[in-house]
Design a protein around this ligand. Structure first.
Ligand SMILES: C[S@@+](CC[C@H](N)C(=O)[O-])C[C@H]1O[C@@H](n2cnc3c(N)ncnc32)[C@H](O)[C@@H]1O
Length: 256
């Protein structure tokens, strides 16, 4: 995945930080020795972990230098390392692997989840949240615009749409053999957005990125405009002009 823009991602920081807050609240650990925030981004999820576990050693890990720079500015006393989750393994003494809004980007993320969980010591926790929104209009429109414009034969744009997440049953069968306790649930958020254009801005910081980054500035603008038209046709203003962005997310808390 290309380098992500921390500035665009942080435009909706309050909304984006709610799922990791809900996830950290379900972690059944009192005082983990070492915590690693996998795909820490600009440090917003890391900050929640530091607040909940001030006595623990908390490390952030990300593959994006821009995100890591922001995270280091935010939490200068904490270590942030550049690494690829796909090949990284926890050191002994790591009690919590936390990953918010990241794993859905990894090829074959199910194998990565199982490998990371299996690498923990007994009692260690893997806590994961992933958007489960690929069936929502906002995501389907990205694929539709990708398939219909002058960019439709671009190999990176053809590869940009994310697959649907596997079923809850598939995650259960995958992870339960290597854990003592497993909790899997969904939460559907309804984010109040200022306008349909705000939905476009939201996704420019996440799932639109793989569609936009292969394009030049003019094509990017055209893509975003075509996407914005579709969004405006489907996300109608409420009585006060705001629009609701329905956002289902999948949560997993697994105890080794
Ligand atoms: C949507 S952001 C999530 C940021 C933060 N965890 C949060 O809760 O808001 C996804 C982050 O995952 C990182 N990422 C994606 N694939 C990665 C990989 N294979 N290894 C490490 N980091 C990765 C991206 O650079 C980005 O910072």
């Amino acid at each position: 995945m290309e380098d992500w823009s921390a500035r665009q991602y942080l435009k909706f920081e309050d909304e984006r930080t709610r799922p990791p807050r809900d996830l950290v609240a379900q972690v059944p650990l009192q005082r983990p020795r070492r915590i690693v925030d996998l795909g820490c981004g600009p440090g917003n999820s890391t900050e929640l972990l530091v607040e909940r576990y001030p006595q623990s050693e908390t490390i952030g890990l990300d593959s994006s230098p821009d995100m890591l720079r922001k995270a280091r500015e935010r939490l200068p006393k904490h270590a942030f390392v550049e690494a690829d989750i796909a090949t990284w393994s926890p050191e002994p003494g790591t009690d919590l692997l936390f990953s918010n809004a990241v794993m859905q980007w990894l090829p074959d993320h199910t194998a990565v989840l199982r490998r990371l969980l299996a690498a923990l010591e007994p009692g260690g926790v893997l806590a994961v949240q992933m958007p489960d929104n690929t069936r929502e209009p906002a995501l389907m429109f990205q694929g539709e615009v990708g398939r219909s414009g002058p960019w439709k034969d671009h190999p990176e744009i053809k590869a940009a749409p994310r697959d649907h997440l596997p079923s809850v049953e598939a995650y259960y069968d995958l992870l339960k053999p290597v854990c003592s306790h497993l909790d899997i649930w969904h939460t559907v958020y309804n984010h109040v957005m200022a306008s349909p254009q705000a939905i476009v801005e939201w996704f420019k910081g996440s799932s639109l990125q793989p569609f936009l980054s292969p394009l030049d500035a003019a094509a990017r603008e055209k893509f975003a405009a075509a996407y914005g038209e579709k969004i405006a046709s489907a996300y109608k203003p409420r009585f006060d002009g705001k629009v609701l962005l329905k956002f289902p997310r999948l949560f997993i808390v697994a105890v080794r």
